[in-house]
Design a protein around this ligand. Structure first.
Ligand code: C5P
Ligand code: MG
Length: 204
């Protein structure tokens, strides 16, 4: 089992704590991350948001990223890890919630190779596909990938590529599984319990 000191990492001489937030599309990662930020003082970095911002910025990778997102596939890890690392460096905080990452084994390996940071734990939002579909089709955020055709591909990528990452961390005893089909407030109660158990552990 990892100790507290194992889970703290040196990044540019600074101790950083990272929690990965995983779960299928529409499982409520973003919604719950906003609550966690308010309650526990983490900085929320959403891999999908960073990629969408990169498209908007008109960067040289923008067109490639846009095509991949429309197909529900996964952007090459060097791009995503680079964006996450840059966002962490630009931010003064030392506690990060990283949402929607690592999305596949390649993401995880690239992260480890580049940052060497081991997550404190992995918050896993477990939600039935029909509920995720209902939320995605109802949320109306103007996203190009919230259409039934792309959603089906995203579900498939999630099952094939993302679940193995959750299994990897589960085998290390790092996964805190949350029933994400419940109402937002109830889910947050379970999320708080997961974070409090860590805080209790860290407290002297
Ligand atoms: O997490 P979110 O639903 O915002 O991600 C939207 C899309 O961004 C994904 O379907 C995928 O195409 C891309 N993405 C990625 N790699 C990640 C996170 C998101 O390629 N680690
Ligand atoms: Mg999201």
């Amino acid at each position: 089992m990892g100790t507290v000191s194992d889970a703290h990492n040196e990044e540019s001489g600074k101790k950083v704590t990272v929690v990965f937030v995983l779960g299928g599309p529409g499982s409520g990662k973003g919604t719950q991350c906003a609550n966690i930020v308010q309650h526990f003082g983490y900085t929320h970095l959403c891999a999908g948001d960073l990629l969408r911002a990169e498209i908007k910025s008109g960067s040289e990778n923008g067109t490639m990223i846009q095509t991949i997102i429309k197909e529900g596939k996964i952007v090459p890890s060097e791009v995503t890890v680079g964006l996450l690392q840059q966002a962490m460096e630009e931010c003064g905080n030392d506690k990060f919630l990283i949402d929607g990452f690592p999305r596949n084994i390649e993401n995880r390996e690239a992260w480890e190779a580049v940052t060497g940071i081991e997550p404190e734990f992995v918050l896993f939002f477990d939600c039935p596909e029909e509920e995720m579909l209902r939320r995605l089709l109802g949320r109306n955020q103007g996203r190009e990938d919230d259409n039934i055709e792309t959603i089906k591909k995203r579900f498939q990528v999630y099952m094939e590529s993302s679940l193995p990452v959750i299994e990897y961390y589960d085998a290390k005893g790092k996964v805190r599984k949350i029933d994400a089909a419940k109402p937002v407030e109830d889910v947050f109660e379970d999320v708080k319990a997961a974070f409090n158990s860590i805080t209790d552990k860290v407290a002297p």
